[in-house]
Design a protein around this ligand. Sequence first.
Ligand SMILES: CC(=O)N[C@H]1[C@@H](OP(=O)(O)OP(=O)(O)OC[C@H]2O[C@@H](n3ccc(=O)[nH]c3=O)[C@H](O)[C@@H]2O)O[C@H](CO)[C@@H](O)[C@@H]1O
Ligand SMILES: C=C(OP(=O)(O)O)C(=O)O
Length: 513
Amino acid sequence: MTTTTDTYLTRIGTLIRDARRHQGLTQSELADVLGTSQSAVARIEQGKQNLSLEMLARVGEKLDSEFVSLGHSGPQHLRIVGGRKLSGSIPVKTSKNAAVGLLCASLLNRGRTTLRNLARIEEVNRIIEVLTSIGVRVRWLPDSNDLEVVPPARLDLAGIDVDAARRTRTVIMFLGPLLAEYDEFRLPYAGGCDLGTRTVEPHLSALRHFGLDVTATHGFYESVVDRSRHPKKAIILTERGDTVTENVLLAAARYEGTTVIRNASPNYMVQDLCFFLQGLGVRIEGIGTTTLTVTGVGQVDTDIEYSPSEDPIEAMSLIAAAVVTGSMITVERVPIEFLEIELATLEEMGLTFDTTEEYLAQNGHTRLVDLTIHPGPLVAPKDKIAPMPFPGLNIDNLPFFALIAAVAEGTTMIHDWVYENRAIYLTELTKVGAQVQLLDPHRVMITGPTPKWRAAEVMCPPALRPGVVVLLAMLAAPGTSVLRNVYVINRGYEDLAERLNALGATIETFRDI
Ligand SMILES: CC(=O)N[C@H]1[C@@H](OP(=O)(O)OP(=O)(O)OC[C@H]2O[C@@H](n3ccc(=O)[nH]c3=O)[C@H](O)[C@@H]2O)O[C@H](CO)[C@@H](O)[C@@H]1O
Ligand SMILES: C=C(OP(=O)(O)O)C(=O)O
């Protein structure tokens, strides 16, 4: 009979084995430093040896490892052996942000929606949980990243998985699709990364044109639809936000009339959503501009397949990985039209790279290239680096410039005017040796090149991009670093550790016992 003790011993044994291999030690070598025999180490690793606390502490110390930290099993951590060059090629996956918009859009369709090549990421998992809880049939097709979604005739909105919904901000984009069919409904408040307050007011005021009235009470958006109200005049968005534009598109898609949206975001995820909606029969003019004219359809009952485009933010992350480790790598399937300003800025900093001829993404529209980064010295840009809604330097790419600035000669100012908290997290880079000074909650000054990257144990910042930035800095830092609780990274990147390992990185995932 297997007891709980056996299970613990086996799990501890496996962690010890992994940590030993990670350090490049044989069982005999570990046995030597522990003052024991190889067969004892073998038994420990197989979970067949009762371990004293003292022995556990010694093993942890010798393996320079946190693997025996006691706590609830759950959060995933990364152990990174840094200071190594990367090489080879890596394809960019499709974007989180298009995926979440498309999943919400699948609610518009009574038929079967198949989303091809979706990134298998935690954010998508949360939405799948929410969709499943309200009665939508969702399944990954065998051996693929293709997701099939079939909504029921009537959604079970009362059954919504509130916990899953609260872990993402995406549920706000259920408002647009739901208002076409439901006169009254409630949705949990939107959550997501901890980036400070993010307004939903632009969503609510834009959707009022379609009769939607929302009262926020007790953690829910209580929604009522007044069917006598229609978008008679152009909807002017007060912010050029991505998801607010998508929400209005989703509402307009089922409105049998013409909606004009001004100050619309022309960003990549909005374009993907527009192409998908066109596939459902919705007429949309002005894709890629700030004025969208949408003529909706009453009912949609069609089987549709769609493949979103590659993620410009993941592409930027991989470019940053090459730059910070001084490596030559080829990033394949880079959506070049959404990285032009980033690349122009990097060129001004001295980066050299080659690109192939352009080719089209699976969506038939987005222009891609393969991009080879050549390592070389960089200089700080003459002006501050600040984001703008598309077409501008992407707001989500800004944190990667903090990392790149840390390897460039001189001082760079990064100005994140968008998010209340995000720039603050960039100071975490000081833990691995970067010289980062916080001027105020929105501005950091980075002085490079970093004299000496050093390995460290860091709690992952509770925000996706700053989390990845710290991870990439750890790739540059010789020695073993630990990045704890990387859920936020998994929210937006599929198998990032494994994929970086395929380029020659040494990153191991582990959990507390
Ligand atoms: C699922 C998805 O697609 N998420 C993206 C989307 O989130 P989303 O569309 O939800 O972004 P928000 O609406 O929260 O906007 C982000 C912040 O920018 C501010 N703001 C935005 C536009 C503008 O013209 N003026 C302005 O001040 C907002 O007040 C907010 O503080 O856009 C963000 C900004 O590009 C990205 O970081 C997110 O990755
Ligand atoms: C802030 C981000 O996304 P979200 O809107 O999902 O929080 C991001 O992708 O960096």
